[in-house]
Design a protein around this ligand. Structure first.
Ligand code: BDP
Length: 484
């Protein structure tokens, strides 16, 4: 069994004598692991959706129409560079506090969180217009969540109509309620509240998806059974744990239990011919963990998580983020963003801790470490996953393989804090020329200096084998073409 705490201790012990000699930082610790990854090109798996790398933001982010706007060029560029066909999900806790400014009917008073900024707000038409321009500029489509908590289907449908009028066929689906498992007693109560909304949306010709539950696999399966015929996709959320429990070893230890749940949902989704999307996901809820969610370890986690799920048939994963203010408000907390430091530090501080993109409208935007991990996994978009057998040689490694046309590709992730590895990949065409890109940083806890960039070539030998060095805390993506 992987014992992260012991690894950390071993690493610390091994580094002590070296640290002095190398000015405090040393790469080599435990003996390098010899790993083998046998790709099986004759055993194809799932096709990877082009919409795999997707993002999620709070509805409250729309309170500033300058955020999701075609004029917000830096954000447009970062979205496009991540995925030219991504899906933006607008929702989160604040979607269940949002109303439509154009609605003229009566609204019941909504609960205001004691002492915090989690309070009702009205969406303005300018925000939807700007959002439409942002979607056109990025090429992204939209999943939009409406307020279930308030219990007024008529208001929600007017808002949904306004969204569709603004964004047209870029609207993929409307979702009803955010993590209703937190406020409805059970699935039956949720379904009773949800159904009048769904009927009103359908009558207006608007597409629906759901159930957008927090962590209830059973709800998703029951929802597929009852409403699968009228759904665009099935959805649930994922966070590994609560922020106070977060740590780098915990994050990098994988989540086999969740993968098994996903397999259950995908069976139900397949039976209905529906895609499954994780419409909100990230490392640790309660806004993410500083020093974990926003450092290089999160990039390795994000890439591994995406590929593990793509292999199991998940069509898209919406990493939640946005400004610190919007996410803290979703939790009923005020944001304390004032920070000294250079522009990079200030952008970092202005963003929620788990956001893949840091910054705000005033300061501009920059990628977080996680962003580069998503870029690596997104290289599999449009390819077909292949089976592969990994012998990790005792290190904390994962590996994925895929085929796109004639080319084979692999992602090799060394999530081990202590062990460098060498991986022998087999199953390649003899002599195939491989192009290597590496995801790396100085250390797992680096906030800066993360890159995902070209790093030379790796050519298969006459037996179709290729050996690659994979330093601890790094990943490689390689694409081999048939002709050398
Ligand atoms: C999710 C909510 C989202 C929060 C997030 C968190 O949908 O609004 O921001 O948790 O706790 O459950 O970080």
């Amino acid at each position: 069994m992987f014992d992260p705490r012991r690894r950390q201790l071993l690493k610390a012990a091994a580094l002590l004598p070296l640290a002095a000699a190398t000015g405090g930082f040393a790469r080599a610790a435990a003996a390098p692991a010899e790993a083998r990854f046998a790709m099986q090109p004759d055993r194809p798996g799932r096709a990877v959706s082009p919409t795999l790398a997707s993002l999620s933001y709070e509805t409250l982010q729309l309170a500033d129409p300058a955020f999701f706007s075609p004029d917000n060029r830096e954000l447009v560029r970062l979205f496009r560079a991540l995925n030219p066909q991504g899906v933006l999900r607008i929702g989160g806790n604040t979607s269940d506090y949002a109303s439509w400014s154009g609605y003229r009917g009566a609204l019941p008073p909504q609960p205001v969180h004691e002492g915090g900024p989690q309070r009702p707000f009205a969406l303005q038409p300018q925000a939807l217009e700007a959002l439409a321009g942002f979607l056109r500029a990025t090429g992204w489509t939209l999943v939009f969540g409406v307020n279930l908590k308030i219990g007024v289907p008529a208001m929600a449908v007017e808002l949904a109509r306004a969204v569709r009028q603004a964004v047209g066929d870029r609207l993929l689906a409307i979702q009803i309620g955010n993590e209703a498992n937190n406020y409805e007693a059970d699935y039956a109560a949720f379904d009773a509240a949800w159904t009048p909304y769904a009927q009103a949306l359908r009558a207006a010709g608007l597409p629906a998806a759901g159930p957008d539950t927090g962590a209830n696999t059973d709800w998703v399966i029951e929802h597929a059974r009852r409403h699968g015929d009228a759904s665009v996709f099935l959805s649930r959320h994922y966070y590994r744990d609560a922020a106070p429990k977060g740590s780098i070893p915990d994050l990098l230890s994988g989540d086999a239990g969740f993968y098994a749940e996903v397999e259950r949902i995908v069976r139900a989704a397949d039976a209905r011919g529906l895609p499954l999307r994780l419409t909100e996901a990230n490392s640790y809820y309660f806004g993410g963990r500083d020093g974990v969610s926003n450092v290089f370890a999160s990039a390795l986690w994000g890439a591994d998580f995406m590929l593990a799920l793509a292999q199991r048939g998940v069509a898209g994963i919406h990493f939640h983020g946005g400004t610190l203010r919007s996410v803290e408000a979703s939790l009923g907390r005020a944001a304390n963003a004032a920070v000294a430091g250079d522009l990079q530090d200030r952008r970092d501080a202005a963003a929620s801790r788990y956001s893949a993109i840091a910054g705000d409208v005033a300061l501009g935007f920059q990628p977080r470490p996680l962003y580069h991990g998503l870029q690596l996994a997104q290289r599999f978009a449009g390819a077909r996953m292949l089976s592969g057998r990994l012998d990790a040689g005792g290190a904390n490694l994962t590996a994925y393989a895929a085929r796109r046309g004639d080319a084979l590709q692999a992602a090799l992730l060394n999530k081990d804090a202590a062990r460098d590895a060498a991986v022998t990949v087999s199953g390649l065409p003899a002599g195939a020329a491989g192009r290597v890109m590496r995801l790396r940083a100085d250390a797992l806890d680096s906030r800066r200096g993360v890159s995902f960039a070209e790093d030379g070539t790796a050519t298969a030998d006459a037996h179709g084998r290729c050996r690659l060095a994979l330093p601890r805390g790094s990943a490689a993506w390689v694409e081999w073409n048939r002709t050398a």
